[in-house]
Design a protein around this ligand. Structure first.
Ligand code: FNR
Length: 409
């Protein structure tokens, strides 16, 4: 079997935990046995300060959540290979560490649209966070506040923009699912702008009826009746998400219309008075088109592999998008970011800032606000570590010269 495919399946079996393939079980058991011989078994993690790295939060989240809610976080599309590749593809790039640089003072701060953040890492939109912890988006917002992080709020969050902004103590970016009714689009954008949102982020990679088999399987394993949070046990977000409350959604049939052409972008551009970004771009052509239609930023994303099974990792899409944009607007990236070295590589390949999705949900599920804070702290610590090692005391010093294509594929 192809080595990368084997790795891919193995990681899926170990990390996702919802799909176990026989061939993989043998391989991962052997790995586990080898690892067990090499190191004494650590005590089980019970407090947040015992967690060593971001990936460990995934297993803790799985233990903390009912199957369907964990399945909602974990799921990709079809066989989940794009989810796995998003992370594994970071190993396509190696870091060229430079010596003879004074790295006694490190500065990871980054300015985006005139606001300076202490880190280039941001919290990407993750919907329905009360399914992961009773504090939901408020817990995440409080973590973002203590760590001065940029937070993007989902349209289909379980808490609306006003209390989240208050908990964050600063404006959040509002992710936009526009629906197929323009009056609803207007309602969401105006509400977010009134709440102080400094950017609207249009998600362009969502299509109705995506094939989330891992979620479907997990829901079958979950026998609870969920009428407290689900209307008639359904996932009808148009009638559930509080950002739609007060709007007439009777003509809307989907949160993501399948006919978002450049005409829609132009229409939205005239409506949005703050910064407008598009999230879900994976080609240079679309990035150039979006910039030509007036967007202020492009986010390289495939929705964490949740929407379509392209098998194309976002880090592999980044170079062509960055080239097409040519520095005219910021290019952000999310997908599979689990280590500070992943952040470093994305910055080296042209990203202005780097988003995380699942890790914040894992941290929230496992420990609430302190869990999200720990995820942020671990990634920031690892980023500073590799900046020091690679001889890059500031983010501006991280360039294309600091990465090289791996020959290990
Ligand atoms: C998401 N993501 C997402 N994106 C978006 O534009 N609107 C949304 O409402 C959501 N909701 C959501 C829920 C959950 C549970 C996950 C895991 C993800 C996608 C998210 O913003 C981001 O693009 C990916 O999660 C990044 O990949 P990683 O970090 O999860 O690998």
């Amino acid at each position: 079997m192809d080595r990368s495919l084997l790795q891919c399946i193995t990681r899926r079996a170990v990390l996702g935990g919802l799909v176990i393939l026989p061939v993989v079980a043998a391989r991962s058991l052997a790995d586990t046995a080898q690892a067990a011989r090499a190191a004494p078994r650590p005590p089980p993690v019970t407090t947040v300060d015992q967690v060593l790295n971001v990936m460990e939060f995934e297993a803790l989240a799985r233990d903390a959540l009912p199957p369907a809610h964990f399945g909602y976080i974990a799921t990709g599309a079809d066989d989940d290979f794009t989810v796995v590749r998003n992370h594994d593809a970071f190993s396509h790039y190696e870091i060229r560490a430079r010596r003879f640089v004074d790295v006694s003072r490190l500065d990871a701060s980054r300015s985006v649209f005139g606001v300076t953040w202490p880190t280039p890492i941001y919290l990407s939109a993750v919907s329905s966070q009360r399914a992961f912890h009773p504090d939901g988006e408020l817990g995440t917002a409080r973590a973002a506040r203590t760590r001065s992080m940029l937070m993007m709020l989902s349209t289909v969050a379980s808490t609306p923009v006003e209390p989240v902004t208050e908990a964050r103590g600063a404006p959040v970016w509002q992710q936009l699912y526009p629906t197929d009714d323009w009056t609803v689009t207007e309602g969401i954008v105006r509400r977010a702008q009134s709440a102080g949102s400094s950017a609207i982020v249009l998600t362009v990679d969502s299509m109705p009826n995506r094939n989330n088999e891992t979620l479907t399987r997990a829901m079958k394993a979950d026998t609870r009746t969920c009428s407290a949070c689900h209307i008639n046990n359904s996932h009808d977000r148009l009638h559930k998400a509080p950002m739609f409350a007060g709007l007439d959604v009777s003509r809307a049939t989907t949160i993501s219309p399948p006919n978002m052409t450049p005409v829609f972008l132009d229409q939205l551009r005239t409506l949005v008075s703050v910064k407008l970004l598009v999230k879900g771009v994976v080609t240079g052509e679309d990035a150039a088109l979006a910039v030509a239609h007036g967007v202020d930023g492009v986010i390289v994303s495939n929705h964490g592999g949740r929407n379509e099974e392209t098998l194309r990792a976002t880090i592999d899409c980044l170079p062509e998008v960055a080239a097409a944009v040519g520095g005219r607007v910021p290019v952000l990236l999310d997908g599979g970011v689990r280590r500070g070295t992943d952040v470093f590589k994305a910055l080296a390949l042209g990203a202005t800032a780097v988003g995380i999705g699942r890790p914040q949900a894992w941290g929230l599920a496992a420990f609430g606000q302190p869990g999200v804070e720990a995820v942020i702290d671990i990634l920031n610590r690892e980023l500073l570590q590799i900046m020091r090692q690679a001889g890059t005391p500031t983010l501006a010093r991280i360039t294309r010269e600091h990465v090289v294509a791996s020959t290990w594929r």
